[in-house]
Design a protein around this ligand. Structure first.
Ligand code: HEM
Length: 175
């Protein structure tokens, strides 16, 4: 990722920070964010719904006034929808039209339909820019003796996902 911005954008002295326009030129960076949201959706069960009337889906009869939880976490890891579903492979999004705006029901980190997340655009405007600038401003390393396989991705139980154990990384100033 460092290679994405180690060129003139940051070093020419004209532009100390990356902005949204710069980030549009980093498709792999965007794919990494998508793949992270696929495997670790912050709201794995979305927001609960209630059926207004009796419906039948795939032969299952669901009575009116049933509380419905949509398990986005399980949908995102469905081997019927994703190749090597449990693996972190950002490349899967590079030549793919699958997007997270609620049109592709296999990938719904912001939900779908009328109650989908209204903060999607704001989330992206901040997440992309903050993360890209953090990556470009420092050299990141794991603490001595720790390998990338040792990174603990376990989450605490709850309606929103929080890391069980904090990630410890070293940010080194670039010379
Ligand atoms: C990466 C960041 C975010 C993720 C992954 C996320 C995800 C979600 C999800 C999954 C839902 C439920 C949608 C559904 O059930 O269909 C939701 C709802 C909501 N989100 Fe976000 N969200 C994010 C950021 C934000 C931000 C930045 C805001 C506000 C500035 C926001 C405001 C809301 C609100 C108000 C709702 C409730 C909408 C409703 O029930 O009508 N979210 N979000």
């Amino acid at each position: 990722m460092a290679g994405a911005c180690s060129g003139k954008v940051l070093t020419s002295g004209k532009k100390p920070f990356l902005d949204e326009d710069d980030i549009q030129k980093f498709p792999y960076f965007k794919a990494v964010i998508k793949e992270t949201l696929r495997l670790y959706p912050p709201a794995p069960l979305l927001v609960p719904r209630e059926t207004r009337e009796k419906v039948t889906i795939d032969g299952y009869e669901i009575p009116a006034k049933t509380m419905i939880y949509v398990n986005a976490w399980a949908i995102h890891r469905d081997p019927g929808a994703w190749e090597e579903a449990e693996e972190f492979i950002p490349e899967r999004f590079l030549n793919s039209t699958v997007d997270l705006r609620g049109q592709d029901f296999c990938f719904i980190p912001f939900g779908a339909g009328r109650r989908m997340c209204p903060g999607l655009n704001m989330a992206f405007a901040t997440l992309d820019v903050v993360l890209a600038n953090l990556l470009c401003s420092f050299d990141w390393e794991l603490p001595e003796g720790m390998k990338s396989e040792d990174i603990d991705t376990e989450a605490l139980p709850g309606l929103s996902q929080h890391k069980k154990n904090p990630l410890c990384v070293l940010a080194k100033c670039q010379m």
